[in-house]
Design a protein around this ligand. Structure first.
Ligand code: NAD
Length: 507
C-alpha cells in the first residue's frame, strides 16, 4: 500500500490505544501531503463555559493539594510520555511537518520539563527579608494563581504547552489549553495521555487540564474571560498585539512568547567549521519555522568570502522531502500561505540582494503540499524585508567590518528573542553578552540561536513580548506573591518611625 498520512496517523492512535477522532468541523491536514488525517469538534460558547467553570472548580481543590503531591501527577504524566514517545513524536511530524528526530525531540522536551517540574514541586520557595522593626519578621509566600490559559502555535504543537502546563500544575493552577487550529490531533492525543496519568494518580479534580479546540475566536474568548488569571500565549507578534490589550483591559496577566528575527555575528577568529553547522541547523532546521530560527547573518569581511560560498554549497544540496524519511533534513512548510509569504519576501529581497533557492519542490508528487528549497540571500543592506519575520527558511547574509556596528545592526530588529556570536576572542564574546551587546533574551556564544534546553528561562524582549517560561525561576509567573510581616513582640512600632500614639493627643 502506498504512503498515506491518514493511515500513518491512524497507526499512531492505535499505539496510544485510542481511536483517531474523525468527527467535527476542525480538520487536521498533514503538511506532508496536504491530506486530511482526522477531525475534532471546535469548541462553542456553551462548551467553553462548561470548561471554564470546571477549570475554576478544579483550581479551588488543587490549590490545597501539597505541591510534592501535585508533582506526583506530573511524574505520572512524564511516564506516559516516555512510554508513548515514538508514537507522539511521529504524530508531531505528521501534523507539524518537522523531521522525525525533531518530532521525537519535542516529546523529549516534554519529558524533560516533567522531570524539572517534579523537582520544582519541592522547591517552591520565598525569601525571608530583613525588617527595620524589632521583634518582626518579613517573608514572601507564593500561592497558586488560578486558571492558566495556554494558547499555542503550530510549530511547537506540544512542547510549549508542556512547558506551561507542567509548571502551572505543580504551582497549584488548573490549565485550559487552546492549541493551534493547525495541530488539533497532537493536542487531542496529549489530552488522552494526561487523562491516563490522572486516572493513575487517583484524585485529580475533574477539569484540572482542559483542552478547547478552535481558531482565533476561541483564543479571544480565553483572553476576555476574567476567570483566567494568566493567559500564556505563544504565536506571532500580530497575535500578541491583539491579545495583550484585551487581557490588560480586565487586569489579567499575560505571558507572551511572540515572534523572533534572530541574528548571528561571525567574527574574524570564528571556528568556521562549527559556525557552518550551527548556521545550517538554525536557519533551515524545522524548515525555518522556529521562533528562534536564524534569519540574519552578519559575517566579517575577512571571512565572508570563505564562509558564504561554503553555505551556498550546503544550501544547494540540503535534502528536502518527506520528514518521516531518514536522511531528510528539511520538511514541508505548514501550508500554501506560508509558501506564498516566503515567495513574496524573496521577491522583495531581490531588489536589494542576490537570492539563491526558494523554489517550490515535489509539486508533482504532492500537489497539495508546500516543500521549498531553503533560500540564502546576500543583502547589500538590512532592508525592511530583512527586519520582518518571515516564517520560512530564508537566511539573509550581510557583511560587516566593525563589531560595534554589527551589534547595532543586529539590535535594529523590533524583535528580541535569540542571538549568537561565533568568535574565539574573549573580548568579542563578552562584549556581545554585556549590557552594550545583544538586546535579546537568549544570547549564545559558539552555538546557534535555536535549540534551547529546558533548564534556562526561555523568552525575549521587545516585540517578542517579554515573557519567560520553562526553566530557571519562570515558575513565578504561575503563582501570586504575598508579602507577610509578622510581629512577635509586645509593642507596635510603625515603619519609617512614624509616631501614632492613640490617647496621647491632648483632648
Ligand atoms: P499565530 O499567531 O497565527 O497563532 C498562534 C496561536 O494564537 C494560535 O493558537 C491561534 O489560534 C491563536 N490566535 C491567533 N490570533 C489570536 C487572537 N487575536 N487572539 C487570541 N488567539 C489568537 O502563530 P502561528 O502561525 O501558529 O506560529 C508562528 C508564530 O509563532 C511565529 O511568529 C513564531 O515566531 C511564533 N512563535 C513564538 C515562540 C516563542 O516562544 N517566542 C514559539 C513558537 C512560535
Amino acid at each position: 500500500m502506498s504512503f498515506s498520512t491518514a493511515t500513518e496517523a491512524r497507526a499512531t492512535f492505535e499505539a496510544f490505544g485510542i481511536p483517531l477522532p474523525t468527527d467535527g468541523d476542525l480538520v487536521s491536514r498533514s503538511p506532508i501531503d496536504g491530506q486530511e488525517m482526522g477531525r475534532v469538534g471546535a469548541s462553542d460558547a456553551a462548551s467553553l463555559e462548561a470548561v471554564l467553570s470546571r477549570a475554576e472548580a478544579a483550581f479551588r481543590i488543587w490549590r490545597n493539594v501539597p505541591p510534592p503531591r501535585r508533582g506526583e501527577l506530573v511524574r505520572l504524566f512524564g511516564d506516559e510520555l516516555r512510554a508513548n514517545k515514538d508514537a507522539l513524536g511521529r504524530l508531531v511530524t505528521l501534523e507539524a511537518g518537522k523531521i522525525l528526530p525533531e518530532g521525537l525531540g519535542e516529546v523529549q522536551e516534554m519529558v524533560d520539563i516533567c522531570d524539572f517540574a517534579v523537582g520544582l514541586s519541592r522547591q517552591l520557595y520565598g525569601l525571608t527579608i530583613a525588617t527595620e522593626r524589632p521583634d518582626h519578621r518579613m517573608m514572601e509566600t507564593w500561592h497558586p494563581l488560578g486558571v492558566v490559559g495556554v494558547i499555542s502555535a503550530f510549530n511547537f504543537p506540544v512542547a510549549v504547552w508542556a512547558w506551561n502546563a507542567c509548571l502551572a500544575l505543580v504551582c497549584g493552577d488548573s490549565v485550559v489549553w487552546k492549541p493551534s487550529e493547525k495541530t488539533p490531533l497532537t493536542a487531542y492525543a496529549v489530552g488522552a495521555l494526561f487523562a491516563r496519568a490522572a486516572a493513575k494518580f487517583g484524585d485529580a479534580p475533574e477539569g484540572l487540564v482542559e483542552i478547547v479546540q478552535g481558531g482565533r475566536g476561541v483564543g479571544e474568548a480565553l483572553a476576555d474571560d476574567p476567570r483566567i488569571a494568566l493567559v500564556s500565549a505563544t504565536g506571532s507578534t500580530r497575535m500578541g498585539r491583539e491579545l495583550g490589550p484585551r487581557v490588560a483591559a480586565r487586569f489579567g496577566r499575560t505571558l507572551l512568547e511572540l515572534g523572533g528575527n534572530n541574528g548571528m555575528i561571525v567574527c574574524p577568529s570564528a571556528d568556521l567549521d562549527l559556525a557552518e553547522r550551527a548556521i545550517a541547523f538554525a536557519a533551515v532546521g524545522t524548515a525555518g519555522q522556529r521562533c528562534t530560527s536564524l534569519r540574519r547573518l552578519f559575517v566579517h569581511d575577512s571571512v565572508y568570502d570563505t564562509l558564504v560560498p561554503r553555505l551556498r554549497a550546503i544550501w544547494a544540496q540540503i535534502p528536502v522531502g518527506n520528514p518521516l524519511d531518514a536522511g531528510t533534513l528539511v520538511g514541508p512548510l505548514i501550508d500554501g500561505e506560508s509558501f506564498a509569504a516566503m515567495r513574496r519576501a524573496l521577491d522583495e529581497a531581490a531588489m536589494h540582494g542576490t537570492v539563491q533557492g526558494g523554489e517550490h519542490l515535489h509539486a508533482d508528487e504532492h500537489p497539495d503540499a508546500w516543500y521549498a528549497r531553503p533560500a540564502l540571500v546576500e543583502m547589500s543592506e538590512q532592508s525592511d524585508i530583512v527586519l520582518r519575520e518571515t516564517f520560512a527558511p530564508i537566511l539573509y547574509v550581510m557583511r560587516y567590518s566593525d563589531l560595534d556596528d554589527a551589534i547595532a545592526r543586529h539590535n535594529a530588529s523590533a524583535h528580541g528573542l535569540s542571538s549568537s556570536i561565533f568568535t574565539t576572542d574573549l573580548r568579542e564574546a563578552e562584549r556581545f553578552m554585556s549590557a552594550a551587546g545583544s538586546d535579546c533574551g537568549i544570547v549564545n556564544v559558539n552555538i546557534g540561536p535555536s535549540g534551547a534546553e529546558i533548564g534556562g528561562a526561555f523568552g525575549g524582549e521587545k516585540e517578542t513580548g517579554g515573557g519567560r517560561e520553562s526553566g530557571s525561576d519562570s515558575w513565578r509567573a504561575y503563582m501570586r506573591r504575598a508579602t507577610n510581616t509578622i510581629n512577635y513582640g509586645r509593642d507596635l512600632p510603625l515603619a519609617q518611625g512614624i509616631d501614632f500614639q492613640i490617647g496621647k493627643a491632648e483632648g
